[in-house]
Design a protein around this ligand. Structure first.
Ligand code: ATP
Ligand code: MG
Length: 295
């Protein structure tokens, strides 16, 4: 077990630090390192969750391989011995929680797929009857499965944290028809395949976000894929429409935070040891369930 709240690779070229990942730039390749940071209610908490980064990284690797027949991806290797030489002193830290990827030109559209009505989609539906401009039948309940998954793209906000929903037609204006259609179709195919595989393992993937990039004129899948950080994972055995669902990964943390009276502004509070341990175990359980493997 390791706990890595952030990387301490002073001599490696840090490109950016996301909420969860630290990204290093090696020219035509990037090193994506998934730390053990946990965000809840959009705030990164002070306590890392041991090995969470390994679970997230390995889940993406699992899906890149499963989806390879549908779309190419950015993965070069997860073998730390094959990383650029400056990484080798950090082999032990990098093992299982990192991947070396091809640097692509990220397309400026976030590809969101919703298989169930929840979150902002549910709020929109209650007031307007549609989700991101898409009309839905009357009488849907919170968390209902949609008869067919919705593609609701967004752009990354230049300022602030919140992405802006756009219509499919707007993605055509931004990307051109061919690319816009291709990433829409791929997003739905990848979601459908991943969600049905996860369902067989007792996990509902309610919605998710994909990113695509262009490399040598070809569209490839980049970033992370169908992880609990880019998607909503719900335990199937607790699923019931008409209410919000338990988060498979973060429920213990969320319940504790809500009970603590924290006002959801940074900095987040320290978590009790039991909450950290329980959450670490939950991530391991999700990985084992999904892949049939241990870390
Ligand atoms: N192959 C790739 N080529 C170029 N850019 C990539 C590639 N894969 C991922 N990226 C980019 O790396 C960045 C990852 O940073 P991001 O801010 O999403 O980190 P994060 O820790 O996931 O944070 P958050 O939780 O806020 O999403 C994204 O901007 C994504 O577009
Ligand atoms: Mg991200």
């Amino acid at each position: 077990m390791t706990v890595i709240p952030e990387t301490q690779f002073k001599d490696l070229p840090l490109k950016r630090q996301g909420k969860v990942r630290d990204i290093f730039d090696f020219g035509d390749m990037l090193l994506l390192v998934t730390t053990d940071r946990l965000s809840a209610f959009d705030v990164v908490l002070p306590d890392p969750i041991p090995d969470k980064g390994k679970v997230l990284n390995q889940i993406s690797v699992f899906w890149f391989e499963k989806m390879a027949d549908l779309v190419g991806n950015h993965l070069v290797t997860t073998d730390v011995n094959a990383y650029p030489a400056p990484c080798l002193p950090y082999k032990d830290v990098l093992d299982k929680r990192s991947m070396l990827v091809k640097k692509a030109d990220p397309l400026p559209v976030e590809c969101i797929v919703r298989g169930y009505i929840t979150g902002s989609g549910w709020h929109g539906y209650q007031t307007t009857g549609h989700v991101c401009g898409i009309q839905l039948p009357q009488g849907l309940k919170e968390s209902d499965k949609l008869s067919t998954p919705l593609y609701t793209p967004s752009t990354k906000a230049e300022v602030g944290d919140h992405d802006i929903n756009i219509s499919f037609e707007q993605t055509v204006d931004i990307l051109g028809k061919e690319t816009a259609e291709k990433i829409r179709d791929l997003s739905l195919e990848i979601y459908n395949k991943g969600a049905s595989m996860a369902l067989e393992k007792g996990i509902i993937i309610a919605d998710t976000k994909f990113e695509f990039g262009v490399l040598d004129g070809e569209i490839i899948l980049i970033d992370e894929v169908l992880t609990p950080d880019s998607s909503r994972f719900w335990p199937l055995d607790d699923y019931a429409p008409g209410r919000s669902q338990k988060s498979f990964d973060k429920q213990t943390v969320r319940d504790w935070l809500v009970n603590s009276g924290w006002d959801k502004t940074p900095p987040g509070p320290k978590l009790p040891k039991e909450v950290i341990e329980n959450t670490a175990q939950t991530y391991k359980d999700i990985y084992a369930r999904l892949t049939g493997d241990r870390l």
